[in-house]
Design a protein around this ligand. Structure first.
Ligand SMILES: CC(C)(COP(=O)(O)OP(=O)(O)OC[C@H]1O[C@@H](n2cnc3c(N)ncnc32)[C@H](O)[C@@H]1OP(=O)(O)O)[C@@H](O)C(=O)NCCC(=O)NCCS
Length: 251
């Protein structure tokens, strides 16, 4: 998986039409960094304040700081100049005033935040802390396709949680890419890998209006997490980078 080394880049990367850039941030690097809260919008600060758990609040602030800083670097703007708007089913996007074709998707869970950026192509990313769950079969009965349920039933006890979170993050990434929320039922499509989890699997959006063909694949993240990316179309080039609040602050 040479495309997923998560290096801290020495220079901000250029993006061409077929590039997909993934950025990841870790909460352990952000604790004590009081300046992060000043880099997000007033609306985002209100949303952060509404979160009960300090860890959730800190991760939200980190994720939104990464979002604004990274989008700002692509667009040549400061974080506070980034304007966001929301699509019909809640998918955030760059405000039309930017006149940009950059697309993004954000996810945060546990102590990790993941951001996917593309040029024009719809993109969705999902990261989940793989917390132990007593009743995976019951969740799968509601949200997984028949083929996914069979695969989960067949796998040994020790691998069941890994497979569950692999499928779950792939499904969430697809739904986030399509941007129609839960109008597209999770059990109505399968994200079982065609070869291994790290190779692109073709996925057809089951929505009659869109019928978007794209792919999803898992991406490696630290132990205890699962993550995936889904992108419309084919022939894109994925690369992964670590976003460090400290290194950007010192630039
Ligand atoms: C919103 C949703 C994508 C969140 O997923 P999650 O795994 O709980 O959380 P994640 O951290 O992975 O993703 C959260 C991010 O997804 C993005 N997001 C929110 N709504 C989204 C949507 N409809 N499509 C794509 N991305 C969305 C936001 O950037 C959000 O970050 P923020 O809360 O910090 O602003 C998921 O709960 C969902 O699809 N809900 C359906 C909403 C819906 O169907 N609404 C019906 C209206 S038609």
């Amino acid at each position: 998986m040479k495309d997923c080394l998560w290096d801290v880049p020495a220079h901000f990367p250029q993006m061409t039409g077929d590039d997909i850039h993934l950025w990841r941030a870790h909460l352990d690097e952000a604790y004590g960094n009081e300046s992060l809260i000043t880099r997000i919008s007033a609306d985002e600060r209100c949303r952060a304040d509404r979160l009960q758990k300090p860890g959730d609040r800190a991760l939200f602030v980190l994720a939104h700081t990464m979002l604004r800083e990274v989008l700002g670097c692509y667009l040549g703007l400061t974080p506070s100049e980034i304007m966001l708007e929301t699509g019909a089913c809640g998918k955030p996007r760059l405000a039309w005033q930017h006149g940009s074709s950059l697309q993004f998707s954000l996810s945060h869970s546990g102590r990790l935040a993941l951001l996917g950026i593309s040029q024009r192509r719809e993109i969705g990313v999902d990261v989940e802390a793989a917390v132990p769950h007593d009743d995976l079969a019951n969740v799968a009965a509601h949200f997984f396709s028949p083929g996914e349920r069979t695969a989960l039933a067949r796998v040994g006890d020790t691998d069941r949680s890994d497979l569950f979170y692999m499928l779950w993050t792939r499904k969430e990434a697809c739904v986030k890419a399509w941007g129609k929320g839960l109008q597209i039922p999770l059990h109505g499509f399968s994200v079982l890998p065609s070869t291994d989890a790290w190779t692109e699997s073709p996925i057809l959006c089951p929505d009659v209006d869109t019928q978007t063909l794209g792919y999803c694949r898992s991406v490696p993240v630290p132990e205890g997490y699962a993550a995936a990316v889904a992108v419309a179309g084919s022939g894109s080039r994925l690369s992964c980078r670590h976003w460090s609040a400290v290194s950007l602050r010192q630039r």
